[in-house]
Design a binder for this molecule. Sequence first.
Ligand SMILES: O=c1ccn([C@H]2C[C@H](O)[C@@H](CO)O2)c(=O)[nH]1
Ligand SMILES: [Zn+2]
Length: 142
Amino acid sequence: MREDYADLVQQAQRAAETAHAPYSRFRVGAALLFADGAVVTGANVENASYGLSLCAETVAVARALSEGRRGGLVAVAVTSPDADTISPCGRCRQVLNELAALDRADPLVIGAGEGGTRQWRLSHLLPDAFGPDALSGKEGEG
Ligand SMILES: O=c1ccn([C@H]2C[C@H](O)[C@@H](CO)O2)c(=O)[nH]1
Ligand SMILES: [Zn+2]
């Protein structure tokens, strides 16, 4: 793994320590690397109404968008101290695509764990994605 991605994985590991996961006890951290070098992290946030729980990747994307980021997504690291290996769930693939598609990026997704590190392009995890392009001409300001 390139040195910068090892650092990104470390930031995801640190984020996982802040997970609010009292129900599953499965902590996850995500770290998004942007072209300007910025890193935005997230951890999973569960809810007593279990189905309302948010994944780490989704929290990180929401943080990035709410900071005003509208592109430049280069790489995403996801990790859990409670699993040997991890890859983003289907919902998170779609949520990641929303940010990536804003400037037609195809970020590297890194699933890191004790069992090893796997890397994919987002387009491999979510082929033929439904994204903002499908609504072009229909989307409002926002
Ligand atoms: O890629 C993943 C997979 C699962 N989770 C969270 C959701 C839930 O809080 C817990 C168990 O599924 O892990 C993530 O944050 N990211
Ligand atoms: Zn998810």
